[in-house]
Design a protein around this ligand. Structure first.
Ligand SMILES: Cc1cc2nc3c(=O)[nH]c(=O)nc-3n(C[C@H](O)[C@H](O)[C@H](O)COP(=O)(O)O)c2cc1C
Length: 185
């Protein structure tokens, strides 16, 4: 796929078919992810691939409870109402969750893992797959309980939880604000 087509065409996908994403496809996405740049070429990332739907249901429940218990906005906020809805599944029933975690204490693991995540999302789009970064899960995944549930060592930092699957519908374009550009010199 043409690079412009990937950059301008990728959308966060929130409706998936139940079709399986096979292992070679997931490996191709991770291969693209690890070609992202990283500070001092540390490549401080690991990829936890979760395909167990019962586990994803369980994490969705726990993450919603954690988010509601720790969020600063009031109980009537749109976000609160959405997360309090028992039908709302934070992973949108996607068949796969890839959690990109930083593995070192030093360096810029958030930047590095986010760059890997963007590569993964663009590569997925290039393969006809949909993705969405699920920030709602990050708080919970960074708790000792959340890490234990995925076998992530206590010292690692889950940075980018990305769902992957076959899109059921084509997501609508999302408008962008005009960039604020300041030319200096
Ligand atoms: C750090 C981050 C966290 C996000 N968290 C969520 C989330 O929890 N749930 C969700 O549906 N979308 C989430 N998104 C997707 C954004 O809502 C989406 O990228 C934005 O609306 C722009 O749409 P686009 O990705 O289709 O261009 C997140 C995106 C980023 C980068």
């Amino acid at each position: 796929m043409d690079l412009d087509e990937a950059i301008y065409g990728r959308r966060s996908t929130r409706e998936y078919t139940s079709d399986v994403v096979d292992e070679p496809a997931i490996r191709r996405l991770i291969e693209a992810a690890i070609h992202a740049p990283s500070g001092s070429n540390e490549q401080p990332w690991t990829f936890t691939v979760v395909r167990d739907q019962a586990l994803l249901d369980q994490i969705s429940q726990a993450a919603k409870s954690h988010y509601l218990a720790t969020m600063p906005t009031g109980p009537q906020s749109e976000r609160h109402l959405m997360l309090a809805d028992p039908q709302f599944h934070i992973f949108y029933h996607a068949p796969v969750l890839v959690v990109i975690s930083g593995t070192v204490q030093r360096g810029r693991i958030v930047e590095d893992c986010a760059l890997a995540a963007q590569n993964l999302m663009l590569a997925a789009y290039g393969q006809g797959l949909g993705t969405c970064w699920i920030g709602f899960s990050q708080g919970y995944l960074n708790t000792p309980e959340g890490k234990r549930g995925l076998g992530i060592p206590e010292t690692w930092v889950p940075v980018a939880p990305i769902i992957v699957g076959h899109p059921k519908t084509v997501p609508a374009p999302v408008a962008r604000r005009e960039p604020e550009i300041r030319w200096v010199g």
